[in-house]
Write a protein that binds this ligand. Structure first.
Ligand code: M6R
Length: 609
C-alpha cells in the first residue's frame, strides 16, 4: 500500500526521492507527492496517478534542496486526489508529514484541532498528524519532541516522516505497526517504508521498532527508544542483489519472479538436512514442546492462505495433527479453541498484512505458540512471532505472488516433515527420501519453464472468456484456488475454484459451450474421480484445460488442451502444478492488455484492515 521515502544529505533530494518512490510503485498507489526544504521554506508537489507524472512536475517546478520526504498513497480516507495526496502540512505550511497506516482516532482529533482554530485541506486521517506536530512545536520548538508529543495523541498504526522549515536538514521519523527502515549512505541519510527504496545507497539498515524515533541529518542519525533515551541502532545487512528491482531482460517482474522459483526452492532448502535430520532451529521450540502440539492453525490471507491449504494436507497426512487453515480476517474476530499446545503458523510474504498481524497478537494473548513464515527480514510478522522461517524468495515486486508462494509451500513442507519427525510418524530414511524428492522439484520447475508452448496455446483459447472455473481434488483443489486467484487478480477475468466433487452441487450450472474449465489432473489417488468430473464438464460443452502428469496419454481424450508437468509424488504436486497456472494467468493477462505487475485496485502489502 502506501510508501514513504526521505533523504537528507549533500546531494539534490528530488531525484533520490523520485527514484525511491519508483521503487515503491510495486506496492500499489494512486497518488504521490514530495516536500523538499529550500531557503527556509517547504516546496510541495502532489500529483494523482503514476510517479512519472510527479517526476515531470518536480522537474518543471525545479524543486531544489537537499532534504525532503516523499510518499505514494493508496487511498483509504478520502478519494485519490491532489488534495488528499501526501505530504500534508500544518496550517502555516512549515511542517510537512508523510504517513503510512491509519490514525484510528482522527475524527475526534480533527474536531478538537478545528475547534482550536486549525484549518484542514484534505479528507485524510494523516492531516491530523501535521496539525498535532504544529501544536506541539508551538509549545516547544523542537521537532523530535513535537513528533513524540503528537504520536502520543494518535491511536492506530503509523510510519511517519516529518520535516519542518525551521529545522533545515532534519527529518524525524517514528513508527507503530507500520515499517520504517533507515540507512546511512556516503552522501547522506535515508529513510523508507521498505528497504527496496534505499538498497542502492546502502545495504546496512536499521529496522525501527514500535515507538522508536530517529532524527536524520546529513551528518548522521540519532536513535531514540520508546522512552526517549538515545540508543544504539541494530544494523541489519541486506544481502539481496541490487538487480532485484530490475526486470533483468524479462518483460515484467512477474515473469522474472516465476523464473526465479527453482532458485527459491534450492535456497529455502539449503542447510535444512543435517546428518539426515531436519534442522529448523528458528522454530525456537524444544523437541518436547513440539511433541506436545495437538492442534495447528495456519492463518494467512490470499495466496498465503492457499499455501496453508496445501500445508493442511501435509501436516495431517504426515504428522497426523489436526490442522485448520483460516483467513486471518476471520480468525481474529472469532473465538478459536487455543490451548498452550496449539501451534499457530502465520504465513505472510510481506510480513506486514494487518489481519495476519492482528491474528498473531490474538493467538499469543490466548497462549498459543506462533510460528511465522515470511519473506521479509525484520518484518512485523517475524518480530512478533515466537519463531520464524524466512522463505528466501528475496524481494517480490509483482503484486501477484508467485515465487514467494513457492517459498511458502516449501517452508510449510519442511515444517510438516519436522512435525512428522518429532511425532515419530516417519522414519529417518523416509524423511531423507522425501527431502531429496522435494529438492528435485527445483529441476522439475526448470523443465516446466523451459517449454511454455502448451501454456501459450491454452492462454489463447481462454483469453476472450468472461469466466473460468478451476477444479481439482485433494492437493489439486488447493492448487485450483491459487490458480483462480492468480487469473482474476491480474487478468480481471472472473474465475473461481471448486473442489471438483462439488461440481454437481452448483457450479456445473455455469457450464456452456466453450466455458473454460481448468482442471488439476495430475497423478494422484483421486485421478479417476477428476477424470469423471472432466467427462461431466465436457458433456456440457466446456473447454477443458488439464494440467496433467507427463506420460499420461489418456488425458488427451478428455481435455482440449493439456499442459504436462513432470511426475512427482502427489504431496509435491502443488509445487509443479502451480507453475503452469501462474504462467497461464500471466499470458492471459498479457493477451488482454493488462498491467501484469500492478493490477488495478490491489496493493502488494495490505497494511490496513
Ligand atoms: O503479504 P501477505 O502474504 O500477507 O499477503 C497476503 C495477500 O494479500 C497476498 O497473498 C495476495 O493475495 C497476493 N496479491 C496474491 O497474488
Amino acid at each position: 500500500m502506501c510508501g514513504i521515502v526521505g533523504y537528507t544529505g549533500s546531494a539534490a533530494a528530488s531525484p533520490i526521492l523520485i527514484e525511491g518512490l519508483r521503487r515503491l510503485e510495486y506496492r500499489g498507489y494512486d497518488s504521490a507527492g514530495v516536500a523538499v526544504q529550500r531557503d527556509g521554506a517547504l516546496h510541495l508537489v502532489h500529483r494523482t496517478g503514476k510517479v512519472d507524472g510527479l517526476a515531470q512536475a518536480v522537474e518543471q517546478e525545479q524543486v531544489a534542496g537537499t532534504c525532503g520526504i516523499g510518499h505514494t498513497r493508496w487511498a483509504t480516507h478520502g478519494r485519490p486526489s491532489t488534495a488528499n495526496a501526501h505530504p500534508h502540512t500544518s496550517c502555516d505550511g512549515r511542517i510537512a508529514v508523510v504517513h503510512n497506516g491509519i490514525i484510528e482516532n482522527f475524527v475526534e482529533l480533527r474536531e478538537e484541532l478545528e475547534a482550536a482554530g486549525h484549518t484542514f485541506t484534505s479528507q485524510t486521517d494523516t492531516e491530523v498528524a501535521a496539525h498535532l506536530v504544529e501544536e506541539a512545536y508551538a509549545e516547544q520548538p523542537d521537532l523530535v519532541a513535537a513528533v513524540r508529543a503528537a504520536t502520543q495523541r494518535m491511536a492506530g498504526a503509523y510510519g511517519l516522516a516529518v520535516v519542518c522549515a525551521d529545522e533545515p536538514g532534519t527529518i524525524v521519523v517514528t513508527r507503530k505497526d507500520s515499517p520504517i527502515v533507515i540507512g546511512m549512505a556516503p552522501d547522506g541519510a535515508r529513510v523508507a517504508s521498505d528497504v527496496i527504496a534505499l538498497i542502492d545507497a546502502t545495504r546496512d539498515v536499521t529496522v525501527m521498532g514500535d515507538g522508536e524515533l530517529a532524527a536524520l541529518s546529513p551528518d548522521g542519525i540519532v536513535y531514540y527508544d520508546a522512552a526517549g533515551r538515545v540508543t544504539e541502532p541494530k544494523i541489519t545487512h541486506i544481502d539481496w542483489d541490487v538487480d532485484v528491482a530490475e526486470k533483468g531482460g524479462y518483460p515484467d517482474f512477474m515473469l522474472k519472479e516465476i523464473h526465479e522459483q527453482p532458485r527459491v526452492i534450492r535456497d529455502t532448502l539449503a542447510g535444512r538436512l543435517v546428518n539426515g535430520t531436519l534442522a529448523i532451529d528458528e522454530l525456537d521450540l524444544s523437541v518436547e514442546e513440539l511433541n506436545l502440539i495437538d492442534r495447528v492453525y495456519v492463518i494467512a490471507c490470499g495466496t498465503s492462505y492457499h499455501a496453508g491449504l496445501i500445508a493442511k494436507n501435509l501436516i495431517e497426512g504426515w504428522a497426523r495433527i489436526p490442522t485448520e487453515v483460516e483467513v486471518a480476517s476471520e480468525f481474529r474476530y472469532r473465538n478459536p479453541i487455543i490451548t498452550p499446545t496449539t501451534l499457530v503458523v502465520a504465513v505472510s510474504q510481506s510480513g506486514e498484512t494487518a489481519d495476519t498481524l492482528a491474528a498473531i497478537r490474538d493467538a499469543r494473548c490466548k497462549g498459543a505458540k506462533v510460528f511465522g513464515i515470511t519473506n521479509v527480514i525484520g518484518s512485523p510478522v517475524a518480530r512478533e512471532s515466537d519463531g520464524v522461517i524466512y522463505t528466501k524468495a528475496n524481494k517480490e515486486i509483482a503484486v501477484a505472488s508467485t515465487k514467494s508462494f513457492l517459498g511458502q509451500v516449501v517452508s510449510l513442507t519442511l515444517l510438516a516433515l519436522l512435525l512428522a519427525q518429532v511425532k515419530g510418524k516417519m522414519r529417518t530414511n523416509q524423511i531423507r527420501l522425501l527431502f531429496r524428492e522435494l529438492a528435485d522439484t527445483a529441476e522439475h520447475v526448470e523443465a516446466i519453464l523451459s517449454d511454455t508452448s502448451a501454456v501459450e496455446e491454452a492462454a489463447l483459447a481462454c483469453k476472450d472468456a468472461v469466466s473460468a472455473l478451476f477444479i481439482g481434488r485433494g492437493m489439486g483443489a488447493a492448487i485450483s484456488y491459487e490458480g483462480a486467484l492468480k487469473l482474476k487478480e491480474i487478468s480481471y477475468l472472473h474465475a473461481e475454484a471448486y473442489a471438483a466433487g462439488e461440481m454437481k452441487h452448483g457450479p456445473i450450472a455455469l457450464l456452456d459451450d466453450g466455458f473454460p474449465v481448468i482442471a488439476i489432473a495430475t497423478q494422484s489417488p483421486v485421478y479417476d474421480k477428476v477424470i469423471s468430473n472432466l467427462q461431466e464438464s465436457k458433456a456440457r460443452g466446456a473447454m477443458i484445460v488439464a494440467v496433467a502428469t507427463e506420460g499420461d496419454e489418456e488425458i488427451r481424450k478428455h481435455a482440449d488442451h493439456v499442459i504436462y508437468v513432470p511426475k512427482v509424488r502427489d504431496c509435491f504436486s502443488a509445487i509443479t502444478a502451480s507453475v503452469p497456472l501462474q504462467l497461464l494467468a500471466r499470458s492471459i493477462a498479457v493477451l488482454r492488455g493488462c498491467n501484469v505487475d500492478q493490477p488495478r485496485n490491489l496493493a502488494k502489502s495490505v497494511t490496513v484492515e
